[in-house]
Design a protein around this ligand. Structure first.
Ligand code: MN3
Length: 248
């Protein structure tokens, strides 16, 4: 495209002004391309120029560490194949769709505007990072403020387990069961596919405290069709300290 002398002067002036204000040069280029190009991306007006990248958290324990609740082979395939693919695919989608949300929070709060690839893989990337961190070897029980919050929201720890199990068992097909904090009140629910309670499209809203993957890939090798046994044994590997941190 031919640039007239007048346009050139205006652009040069604009770049100089922005630089004088201390804006990094890379941002000037981005801002300029945004004002001169028309794209179909819905994100241009919402962003501040720094694109999010998802990264896989290191698994906090060995693949076999959650045996017998979760077998080593399931753990290894789940982490190295399924989760790795979500991470790779969401980052591809972020680049292809020119998404430049700076935070995960912002990304999920705008889930309704994302492509299916970005939404599904972004959810998959985040949900599994969360899932690995809220498990650990060795059974425990919630204590302190978390125990109080569970008791006041559900009546007792056993009632909480009953409701959570119900949510995990009644999620038809693939999805997740969740414990969330919504304004100080704990709630239980579930989401389909890789959706999560941070998404604007989710019926269940709140800060995730605990999540359980009920996709068949999470249990089929060991439990086959017996999702109920998988859920029952998963209670033996919950990292309640991590859950408590997220409530604080
Ligand atoms: Mn999974």
């Amino acid at each position: 495209m031919k640039t007239t002398r007048r346009e050139f002067v205006q652009q040069a002036l604009k770049a100089t002004t922005l630089t004088a204000l201390g804006t990094p040069l890379a941002f000037n280029a981005l801002a300029d391309s945004r004002t001169t190009e028309t794209t179909s991306s819905p994100f241009d007006i919402l962003t501040d120029g720094v694109a999010l990248q998802f990264a896989q958290v290191p698994l906090p324990y060995a693949y076999a560490a959650l045996e017998p609740s979760i077998d080593a082979m399931t753990m290894e395939i789940h982490y190295t194949k399924h989760h790795t693919a979500y991470i790779k695919n969401v980052n591809e989608a972020i680049a292809a769709d020119k998404i430049s949300f700076g935070t995960e929070k912002e990304f999920f709060a705008n889930a309704s505007k994302l492509s299916a690839k970005a939404r599904n893989n972004g959810g998959g990337a985040w949900n599994h990072n969360f899932f690995w961190q809220t498990m650990k070897p060795g059974a425990g029980q919630p204590g302190g403020k978390l125990a109080e919050a569970i008791n006041s929201s559900f009546g007792s720890f056993d009632k909480f387990k009953e409701q959570f199990t119900q949510a995990a068992m009644t999620r038809f097909g693939s999805g997740w069961a969740w414990l969330v904090n919504e304004g100080g009140k704990l709630k239980i629910g579930s989401t389909p596919n890789q959706d999560n309670p941070l998404m604007d499209v989710s019926e269940l809203k709140g800060t995730p405290l605990l999540g359980l993957d009920v996709w068949e890939h999470a249990y089929y090798l060991k439990y086959q069709n017996k999702r109920n046994e998988y859920v029952a044994n998963w209670y033996n590997v919950i990292n309640w300290d991590e859950v408590a941190k997220r409530l604080a």
